[in-house]
Design a protein around this ligand. Structure first.
Ligand code: ADP
Ligand code: TRP
Length: 321
């Protein structure tokens, strides 16, 4: 199966990114044809500090590699290194109905959160559709927030195929319901743009501060609590072993769950889970030349695939005369 997904280098990657997408992608490495990329062109819709974007891109690459992505077992590249995606974006945009793009809530949400309303931000879903269709991806693992964008990609593939003849694979979303939306420390969706994240690679005091800041209610320790509405419980579930989670569940239901104590337990679990990856990330960051070489090799492989699709598309729409 051809599996593809991308991530924006627009800030520190967090446990929502990890459980929503990165972990799933890494798990497909042995069995599938895997495409993983860092979407710097998408990040340009919200990051206008050149140094921040460039460093963020290398950091996101180091994050993936440190977490176990093997560039020899997948195609791993930076979006802008395959410029063909921009041409396909334009072609698709000429078929994209305004109403379809206007309905996308991610644009409205981002503008409401203070991101400048630009044409690029508005047409973000068309670039994402081009990302997916250019590589003829069959399955796209993402968090629930990206579901609507995938529907746009599917609609555009179908529209193109109906009008110009069978060209694109119509991609399927792969959204794991349990991991669909990881809550942030304030209970909203965890997101780089909401400042409510637990970054995967945060350490020491800074990490402790974030974990201790997870919002909980004021129910006294001995009183019963509802685990389903507790933010801390939901995050804990991602890390604790099932047997321990059952004990924690019983403490919530019967009384005796102490939030402060559970937060310290969560801190230990985070350190256990990502301790090794943190060391590896530092090693990668010490060798940016090696990171660039890995990404350049990936871009070469990605481009070979992209050129094939774009050549057919150009022919279909009449750009080959
Ligand atoms: P952010 O909202 O932090 O900027 P991105 O938009 O870069 O995150 O998302 C990268 C990937 O991580 C996407 O597949 C997205 O669906 C997933 N993702 C982001 N936040 C979460 C979350 N809170 N829960 C589950 N998946 C998430
Ligand atoms: N829009 C996605 C996000 O913010 C990132 C993305 C860009 C993507 N292109 C993609 C995800 C293609 C999957 C496939 O998370």
């Amino acid at each position: 199966m051809k599996i593809l997904s991308g991530i924006q280098p627009s800030g520190q990657l967090h446990i929502g990114n990890y459980f929503g997408m990165m972990q799933t992608m890494i798990s497909h490495m042995e069995s599938d044809e895997l495409y993983v990329f860092i979407v710097d062109l998408h990040a340009l819709t919200s990051v206008h500090d050149s140094a921040k974007l460039a460093t963020g891109t290398l950091e996101a690459a180091a994050d993936f590699l440190a977490l176990g992505l093997d560039p020899d077992k997948c195609i791993f590249w930076v979006q802008s290194d395959v410029p063909e995606v921009c041409e396909l974006t334009w072609i698709l945009s000429t078929l994209a109905p305004m109403g379809l793009i206007e309905r996308c809530h991610s644009y409205k949400d981002k503008v409401a959160k203070g991101v400048t309303a630009s044409h690029g931000l508005f047409s973000y879903p068309v670039l994402m559709a081009a990302d997916i269709l250019l590589y003829q991806a069959e399955q796209v693992p993402v968090g629930k927030d990206q579901k609507q964008h995938l529907e746009v990609a599917r609609d555009l593939a179908i529209k193109f195929n109906n009008h110009y003849g069978e060209t694109f694979v119509v991609p399927e979303p792969a959204i794991s319901e349990t991991m669909a939306t990881v809550p942030g420390i304030d209970g909203q969706k965890m997101s780089k743009s909401y400042g409510n994240t637990i970054p995967i690679f945060l350490e020491g005091k800074q990490l402790k501060k974030r974990v201790m800041a997870i919002e909980t209610d004021a129910t006294p320790v001995e009183e019963p609590k509802n685990p389903d509405s507790c933010n801390l419980y939901k995050i804990m579930q991602l890390f604790a072993a099932p047997a321990r989670m059952q004990e924690i569940h019983d403490l919530y239901v019967n009384g005796g769950a102490a939030y402060g104590y559970l937060k310290l337990e969560l801190l230990d679990l985070l350190n256990d889970k990502f301790g090794e990856a943190r060391k590896k990330k530092q090693q990668y960051l010490c060798d940016p030349a090696m990171l660039r070489a890995i990404l350049a090799k990936g871009a070469e492989k990605a481009r070979e695939k992209a050129i094939v699709t774009l050549d057919v598309v150009r022919d279909r729409v009449g750009l080959k005369y």
